[in-house]
Design a protein around this ligand. Sequence first.
Ligand code: FES
Length: 193
Amino acid sequence: MATVDTAKDAAVLAAHAVEEEGVRRRDFIHVATISFAGVGAAAVALPLLGSLSASADVVALSSIEVDISKIEPGQAIKTSWRKQPVFIRNLTPQEVKEASAASLDAMRDPQTLAERTLPGKENWLVTLGVCTHLGCVPLGAAAGEVKGEFGGYFCPCHGSHYDTAGRIMKGPAPTNLAVPEFSFLSDTIIKIG
Ligand code: FES
């Protein structure tokens, strides 16, 4: 009996050891994940807390200023913010009119143009240049690029079509191109972030 008990005890101890090792590993992974998430959260939070603690160069990376004076109506540019492509588009008066009047019923992710732009500046569409399907960079911002069936952006990876307001109209992408936080510092300079 003593032998059996000892064997049982050994098995129980071994099981506990494995369990504790598992817990430690899980804890490590958990802590590592939280730490990584913490870095991301800190990067996002820096624009808000920048004046409190972040150095000026870190804050600068968190936001960019872009001169939009050379973007003619009907043109767009690509820039980069926080290592992601960003499209800045100057819609023509006709595009603003049509994008404002577009039926929300036909949209997968219904949003008006006004909800995606700033008051009085509805011609300036600022979006991430990241397809919301699997993250490819859509075409349509540079001169001569295909703009898709709705005149906005076209993702060649799996065929998502966005309209001039960056709203998903056709293809597998689930949502509109994301609009980052941005503001006008003057009529010709915008700040993203
Ligand atoms: S990544 Fe754009 S359609 Fe798939």
